[in-house]
Write a protein that binds this ligand. Structure first.
Ligand code: SAH
Length: 247
C-alpha cells in the first residue's frame, strides 16, 4: 500500500463537532501531528497514537512549515498511519492545500477530511444565521492577516452585500474598521465578535462597525476570535432576537 497522510479538520474546539470521518481517521492513526488551535480533548479518539505538536500561533514561537512537511514525510515513509490534525477545516486558512501539494509531489497519497470551520461554528454558537433570506444573500470568509500585508479590497467586500466572516482579525481591528467605513459600509452595521467559539471559555460581544474597536478593547477580546459583520450579526435565533425589520 502507498504511504498516505490524512489531512483532517478537528473543528473549532467542541469535540462533538468532529466529523465521523475524522474520528475514524484518528482511531486508525499511529502518529497525529497537531496545531495549537486543536482542542486536546479530541485526542481521546487516538489513545495509542504518538502525538506531535507542531503549532505556530501568530507572533509566538513557531514550527517552520518546511519542518512540518519533512516530519510528515518521514513518518509516512516509515509506513505509519499519519493524521495531520488542524483546527477547523484544513483548507480554510489552514495551509491544507500547501501540505497536500507538497506531500503529493513527494509521492505520498493524501486524503482530506473536512472540519467545521471556526467562522461557521462561531456564528452558530451565538445563534447567528450567516445567510438570511432577503437580508444576507451570501457569506464571505476573509482573513485580515495577509502574507505580504497587502490591504484587502474593502470596497469590494462592502459592495458584495454579503455577511463578512473575518478570521485572524483581533490584531487588525483598526484596519478592518477603517477599511470598511472608507469602503462605504454603514457605521451602525452590526458586528459580533466570538472568542474561543465552541470551547468552554467562549465569550461573545455584540457591537457595531463604529464602536467595534473601542468595545473590543473594553472587553479585552483575545485571539482566537471570529468577527461576523453584517445585518445578521444582530440576530440571535436562540434568544428569539430577530433582525430589527425596517418599519
Ligand atoms: N483552519 C481554521 C482557521 C485557522 S486560522 C478553521 O477553519 O477554523 C486561525 C484563525 O481561526 C484564528 O485567528 C481565529 O480567527 C479563527 N479561529 C480558530 N478557532 C477558533 C475558535 N475556536 N474561536 C474563534 N475563532 C477561531
Amino acid at each position: 500500500m502507498n504511504a498516505k497522510v490524512w489531512l483532517v479538520g478537528a473543528g473549532p474546539g467542541d469535540p462533538e463537532l468532529l466529523t465521523l470521518k475524522a474520528v475514524k481517521a484518528l482511531n486508525q492513526a499511529e502518529v497525529v501531528m497537531i496545531d495549537d488551535l486543536v482542542n486536546p480533548a479530541v485526542l481521546e479518539h487516538c489513545p495509542g497514537a504518538r502525538i506531535v505538536s507542531v503549532g505556530k500561533r501568530g507572533g509566538c514561537r513557531s514550527t517552520p512549515q518546511d519542518f512540518i512537511h519533512r516530519l510528515m514525510l518521514r513518518y509516512a515513509r516509515q509506513g505509519k498511519c499519519v493524521v495531520r490534525l488542524k483546527g477547523g477545516d484544513p483548507c480554510i486558512f489552514g495551509r491544507g492545500s500547501e501540505e497536500a501539494d507538497w506531500l503529493s509531489a513527494h509521492g505520498i497519497e493524501v486524503e482530506l477530511v473536512n472540519g467545521i470551520t471556526a467562522g461557521l461554528a462561531g456564528a452558530t454558537t451565538c445563534g447567528i444565521p450567516l445567510t438570511l433570506r432577503g437580508v444576507a444573500r451570501g457569506v464571505t470568509l476573509v482573513t485580515a492577516h495577509t502574507q505580504d500585508d497587502s490591504p484587502l479590497n474593502w470596497q469590494a467586500l462592502v459592495q458584495s452585500g454579503t455577511t463578512l466572516v473575518v478570521y485572524m482579525g483581533v490584531a487588525k481591528l483598526p484596519e478592518i474598521q477603517a477599511g470598511l467605513l472608507a469602503g462605504g459600509m454603514n457605521a451602525d452595521t452590526p458586528v459580533a465578535m466570538i472568542e474561543n467559539a465552541s470551547l468552554p471559555g467562549q465569550r461573545e460581544l455584540r457591537s457595531s462597525l463604529l464602536t467595534m474597536e473601542h468595545d473590543a478593547i473594553a472587553f479585552a477580546l483575545k485571539s482566537p476570535a471570529i468577527l461576523v459583520i453584517g445585518a445578521v450579526a444582530a440576530v440571535d435565533v436562540q434568544a428569539y432576537l430577530p433582525l430589527a425589520r425596517q418599519a
